[in-house]
Design a protein around this ligand. Structure first.
Ligand code: ADP
Ligand code: MG
Length: 699
C-alpha cells in the first residue's frame, strides 16, 4: 500500500487551484499520461529553459533584442484613430535617458488605460526592439506597479507546451503542484548528499521549477543531478529487487539431462560455433542455479541467436518445463515459430504461435494445449502475457529485442510461472549504460563469432542518377548465376506510395530481366507472400523486389547482392540488419546503397558508417549518437527512454553509483523494512517503480 503521505502527489491534477476539468484534457496531452494527469506528473514536467528578467538597464542602456525590466514614466496614450480599429494601441513612456513605445495589437482601451495610468510610474518587462529607429516593446510580458514588481520573481521557468495551454497556466499550475509537496523522509545517504552538495528532494524540485538563474537550468547542476540520481536509484533498486526475489525453490532446476539438446544438435545442418556453445553452457548453468536467470544474449544479425534460444528451450523441456518466446511484432513471431519448428522437430517439441491474429476456436485450442502442458514452446507477441494465458509449468521466457518492452511487461511474463528464467536476445549490442537502465545488473553472453563461411560484404554508396549502371551490373551478376535482393523503402508518407515505388521498380527490372524478377510486399495475402518467397528460395526468381525488412527476413544464403533503394530513408541499424541478410553464403557479397540526393549531413554519415564497418557494436553506438542529436532537436526533453529527469549525456556517471548503491541497499535490507527502506519505498512510488514493492513483504 502506498503510504498516505504521498496521497497529495498522486491526487488528480484538478486538485491544483486553477486547473479545472476543462484544462485536464490539455494537461493530459501535455504530460502524455495514460490516465488522468496527477500532481506528480506535472512536478516531473521540468522546464526546458528560463526567461531571465533580471537585466534592469536604463532606456539608453537597453540592448535591442534583449529581455529587460524597466522603470518608466507613463507619458501618453495613442489609441487607434477612429475607423482604424486594426491599428495598434500605443502608449508612450520614458525615463531620464530616453523614451519607448509600448505596443498592443487588438487591445481594448478599457484594459490598457487602468494598466498604464498617465503620469504614474510602472515597471514593464519584455523584449525591447528597434522599429524605424525608435525603441518599442510589443505586448510587454509584464506591466506592474512598483509594489507588485517587488514580489515578482525575475527569473521565470519556460515549459514545453502543447497547443491551447498558455505558458502562464502551466507555470501557475506547477506552482500549485509544488505547494502540495509533503514533507518526505530522506531516502538518500547523508554522506552522499554532503559530498555532492545536493539539496533534499522537495527543495531540488522547487528550485528546478522556480530557478534562481540559468545555473538551475543546467542538468549538471546539483538540483537537477539530485533528481536524476533519485530517478536512477529508483530504477536500479526496482530491477535489483526483482532480481533478488527471483529465488529458485530447492530442487527445481529448469534444465534437464541434455537428451533433447543432443538430438537437436545431431540434426542441425551445421556445427555450432564456439561462442554459441559457450552461450548455451552459460544459459543452461543459470537455469539450474539457485537464483533465476537474468541473462542477455547479444549477437549481431546473423550470429545465430535463434538456435541458442532453442537449445535453452530444449533444456527446459527436458526438465518438463515450458518456454515462451516473445517477439516485438507478429511477423517476427511467425518467423521465429517457423525456424523453431524446423530445428526442433528432431526433439519432437510442439511449437505453438499466439498473437492477436489467433482467434476463436483456434485460440482456445492453443490456450488449452498451453494449460495442459502439451505445448512445449509458444512463440508470440505481447498477447502472451495477457490474463487468459496460463501455462502448465512455464520455466523459461525468451524475449527478442527487449528494449521495446518495459519492465512491467517483463514482470508480467515471469509472473506466469514459478521461478521463471529470463533470456533477453538483442541483435544490436547495447551500450552498458543502456543495459543498466533497462535491465539493471544482468549477466550477458556474447556471440562474437560469425557462423563459418561468412565473408565481408563490399558496401558501396551510389547516387540514384546512376541507376542504369546499377541495373547493368545486376545483369552481369545474373549472368554469373547470382541472386539479388532489391529492397524498397517502407517509410514513405503512405503505404500506397511505398507500394507504388516498389511496383515501379519491379516494372523496370521486369522489363529488362523478365520472369527472373519477383515481387513481395506487405499488402500481399499471406499465401501469395509465401509463394513469392518460395520462388526466390528455390531460385525460380533470381531478383526479389521487396518492400519491408521483415519479408526479406527469410534466410536465402545463395543471395549475395542487395540493392537498397532510397537508402537515405532507412535508419542505421535498419540498414545494418538488412545488409545482414547477405554475406551468408560462400560467395563474396555486395551491398549497394542507392540514394537520392542531396543527402543531409546525418544521412551522409549513416551511409558512410555503413560502408566503413560491419561491426554491429560500432554501428549501434554511432546510431545512438546520431539519434541522440536528433532527440536534442526534437521536443522530447529526456534523452533516456523511459526517464523523466535523467539524461544519458549528463547523468551517465551517476548510473554506476546508483547501481552500487542499490546493490548495497538490497544486501543490507532486502525487504526494505528499516527506516531508510521505508523512505526508499516512497522513492519507488514517486518514480513509478513500485511494481517491485509487490515482491517484498509489506513494511
Ligand atoms: P540472428 O542472430 O540474427 O537471430 P539467426 O539465428 O537467424 O541469427 O541465424 C542466422 C542464420 O545462420 C540462420 O540461417 C541459421 O540457421 C544460421 N546459423 C546459425 N548458427 C550457425 C552455425 N553455427 N553455422 C552456420 N550457420 C548457422
Ligand atoms: Mg533473430
Amino acid at each position: 500500500m502506498r503510504p498516505a503521505r504521498l496521497d497529495p502527489l498522486f491526487a488528480s491534477l484538478t486538485a491544483v487551484k486553477g486547473v479545472g476539468g476543462k484544462l485536464e484534457g490539455l494537461f493530459r496531452r501535455l504530460l502524455g499520461t495514460d490516465g488522468p494527469p496527477r500532481v506528480i506528473d506535472l512536478l516531473f514536467h521540468l522546464p526546458s529553459g528560463i526567461i531571465d528578467r533580471r537585466a534592469r538597464p536604463t532606456l539608453a542602456e537597453a540592448v535591442p533584442g534583449a529581455i529587460v525590466t524597466l522603470e518608466v514614466h507613463i507619458e501618453r496614450h495613442r489609441p487607434p484613430p477612429p475607423g482604424k480599429a486594426r491599428a495598434p494601441y500605443r502608449v508612450l513612456v520614458s525615463d531620464e535617458t530616453g523614451d519607448l513605445t509600448l505596443v498592443w495589437f487588438n487591445a481594448h482601451r478599457a484594459r490598457i488605460e487602468p494598466m498604464c495610468p498617465v503620469g504614474e510610474t510602472r515597471i514593464v518587462s519584455g523584449r525591447i526592439e528597434l522599429f524605424d529607429g525608435m525603441r518599442q516593446m510589443v505586448h510587454p510580458d509584464r506591466v506592474m506597479t512598483v509594489e507588485q514588481a517587488a514580489t515578482m520573481p525575475l527569473v521565470e521557468p519556460v515549459y514545453p507546451l502543447t497547443e491551447g495551454l498558455a505558458a502562464g497556466i502551466v507555470r501557475r499550475a506547477a506552482e500549485g503542484a509544488l505547494a502540495k509537496l509533503p514533507k518526505l523522509p530522506e531516502w538518500q545517504d547523508d554522506r552522499l548528499l554532503v559530498r555532492q552538495s545536493w539539496p533534499d528532494f522537495a527543495a531540488a524540485l522547487r528550485q528546478v521549477h522556480m530557478p534562481a538563474g540559468p545555473e538551475d537550468q543546467d542538468p549538471a547542476s546539483p538540483v537537477w543531478s539530485r533528481l536524476a540520481y533519485d530517478e536512477l536509484l529508483a530504477g536500479q533498486l526496482a530491477l535489483g529487487l526483482v532480481r533478488a526475489n527471483l529465488r529458485r525453490p530447492a530442487g527445481r532446476a529448469n534444465a534437464g539431462d541434455g537428451a533433447l539438446r543432443a538430438r537437436i544438435e545431431a540434426a542441425l545442418p551445421f556445427a555450432l560455433t564456439g561462442s554459441q556453445r559457450q552461450a548455451i553452457a552459460g544459459i543452461t548453468a543459470d537455469m539450474s542455479a539457485g537464483t533465476c536467470m537474468l541473462r542477455l544474449l547479444q549477437g549481431d544479425v546473423g550470429s545465430g541467436k535463434t538456435v541458442v534460444a532453442l537449445m535453452a528451450m530444449a533444456a527446459a523441456a527436458e526438465a518438463g518445463r515450458q518456454s515462451a518466446l516473445m517477439a516485438p511484432t507478429e511477423l517476427l513471431a511467425r518467423q521465429h515459430a517457423k525456424v523453431l519448428r524446423e530445428l526442433g522437430t528432431a526433439a519432437g517439441l510442439e511449437v505453438a504461435i499466439l498473437t492477436g491474429r489467433e482467434k476463436g476456436r483456434e485460440r482456445e485450442t492453443i490456450l488449452a494445449r498451453l494449460a495442459s502442458g502439451e505445448t512445449a514452446i509458444v512463440v508470440g507477441t505481447h498477447a502472451l502475457f495477457q490474463e487468459g494465458v496460463t501455462f502448465h509449468d512455464l520455466g523459461l521466457a525468451v524475449i527478442d529485442e527487449q528494449h521495446r518492452f518495459g519492465v512491467h511487461q517483463r514482470l508480467a511474463l515471469t509472473a506466469k510461472g514459478e521461478a521463471v528464467d529470463l533470456l533477453v536476445m538483442t541483435a544490436t549490442p547495447i551500450p552498458r549504460t543502456l543495459v543498466l537502465t533497462w535491465f539493471g545488473d544482468m549477466d550477458s553472453s556474447q556471440l562474437t563469432e560469425k557462423p563459418a563461411g561468412r565473408k565481408p560484404v563490399d558496401t558501396r554508396i551510389v547516387a540514384l542518377e546512376r541507376l542504369e549502371e546499377v541495373v547493368d551490373g545486376i545483369g552481369r551478376a545474373l549472368a554469373a548465376g547470382r541472386q539479388i535482393y532489391w529492397v524498397c523503402p517502407l517509410v514513405a508518407e503512405s503505404e500506397e506510395t511505398d507500394l507504388a515505388a516498389a511496383e515501379e521498380r519491379f516494372a523496370l527490372l521486369e522489363q529488362r530481366f523478365g520472369a527472373a524478377v519477383g515481387l513481395v510486399h506487405g499488402r500481399m495475402k499471406g499465401a501469395d507472400k509465401d509463394a513469392a518467397m518460395q520462388h526466390f528460395v528455390r531460385g525460380d526468381t533470381r531478383i526479389l523486389v521487396a518492400t519491408t525488412v521483415i519479408e526479406v527476413g527469410v534466410d536465402v544464403p545463395q543471395a549475395s547482392i542487395m540493392v537498397i533503394d532510397h537508402a537515405e530513408r532507412f535508419g542505421l541499424s535498419q540498414l545494418h540488419q538488412l545488409r545482414g541478410r547477405i554475406g551468408r553464403g560462400a560467395e563474396a557479397s555486395t551491398c549497394i546503397l542507392l540514394y537520392r540526393g542531396p543527402l543531409g549531413e546525418t544521412a551522409r554519415r549513416r551511409l558512410d558508417i555503413l560502408r566503413e564497418t560491419e561491426d554491429g557494436f560500432r554501428i549501434a553506438e554511432e546510431d545512438l549518437k546520431l539519434r541522440g542529436e536528433g532527440d536534442l532537436l526534437g521536443t522530447r526533453q529526456s534523452g533516456m527512454p523511459g526517464f523523466k529527469v535523467a539524461r544519458l549525456e549528463h547523468h551517465a556517471p551517476l548510473l554506476e553509483i546508483a547501481r552500487q548503491d542499490a546493490r548495497l541497499l538490497i544486501e543490507t535490507d532486502p525487504q526494505l523494512a528499516g527506516p531508510r527502506g521505508a523512505a526508499l519505498r516512497d522513492l519507488l512510488y514517486l518514480f513509478g517503480r513500485d511494481e517491485a514493492i509487490r515482491l517484498v513483504k509489506a513494511g
